[in-house]
Design a protein around this ligand. Structure first.
Ligand SMILES: *[C@@H]1O[C@H](CO)[C@@H](O)[C@H](O)[C@H]1NC(C)=O
Length: 236
């Protein structure tokens, strides 16, 4: 190897470490790294922001994607679709509207499993109108419902028993209870008070028997009548 003079060596090293050559590529590289970091921070922020928005919207995370949706469908399919109310007058079989009122049916099933309806009395029995189990949870007072009923009865709407819908009060947000209504006549304007989530498919005669009990002027049964227990079934 040829001997390099110290002068040349100095020049060479100066050229290698030259600020202009290294500078150009380093700046490009640095810019790329910074851009990547900024982009990933933005993406992460967006992701978490969206998640927290979803969580505040309905109180729990929402999931997207077909896999989860299929699971939810399977779960819904798997839920019992029928409830058999064992009442002091006999059995009433209810078909639950799993598809059209999934949230209410979920809550109803949950409460059934907790034994919530065991021993629940029918507190209002309004002939040709409705029987109501449990403490009235609805918006407005029970008296309002009763005056509604009186008006309905005065109008002489068909007393034919073709309704037999199962519903619950549209409730206040702080309400923890769950009342039950079984309509005993077609009540066209009931939808603003009740959410219907099922219908009687067997035991209409039992409902009618409950309707026949003696009541006081507040439509409260004079002798107690109520639900003994509820059995859930997938098929009937
Ligand atoms: C329904 O209630 C009656 C009266 O308490 C009870 O004897 C019967 O075992 C109950 N049926 C079911 C299926 O729980």
């Amino acid at each position: 190897m040829a001997r390099i003079k110290p002068q040349a060596l100095l020049l060479q090293s100066k050229r290698k470490k030259g600020p202009t050559r290294i500078g150009a590529s380093t700046i490009v590289l640095c810019n790329l790294v910074v851009a990547l970091i900024v982009l990933s921070i933005m993406a992460t922020y967006r992701h978490w922001y969206k998640r927290s928005m979803d969580q505040t919207e309905d109180g729990k995370s929402t999931f997207e994607g077909t896999d989860v949706r299929t699971l939810v469908d399977l779960k819904k399919y798997d839920l019992p679709g029928y409830a058999i109310l064992n009442t002091s007058k006999g059995y009433i079989t209810i078909e639950l509207y799993k598809e059209s009122s999934p949230e209410i049916v979920d809550r109803f099933l949950d409460l059934c499993q907790k034994g919530y309806f065991k021993g629940m009395p029918f507190n209002h029995v309004i002939k040709n109108y409705v029987i109501q189990g449990g403490e009235y949870q609805g918006l407005g007072a029970a008296e309002e419902l009763i005056s509604h009923a009186k008006l309905h009865l005065q109008l002489g709407t068909s007393p034919k028993h073709e309704a037999f819908m199962l519903g619950t009060s549209k409730i206040r947000l702080d309400s923890k209870g769950f009342d039950l209504f079984i309509t005993t006549a077609p009540i066209p304007d009931m939808n603003d008070k009740l959410t219907v989530f099922g219908r009687v498919i067997k035991g209409e005669d039992v409902v009618q028997e409950i309707e026949e009990v003696d009541t006081d002027e507040h439509y409260r049964p004079k002798s107690s009548v109520g639900i003994i227990n509820v059995a859930l079934k997938r098929e009937v």
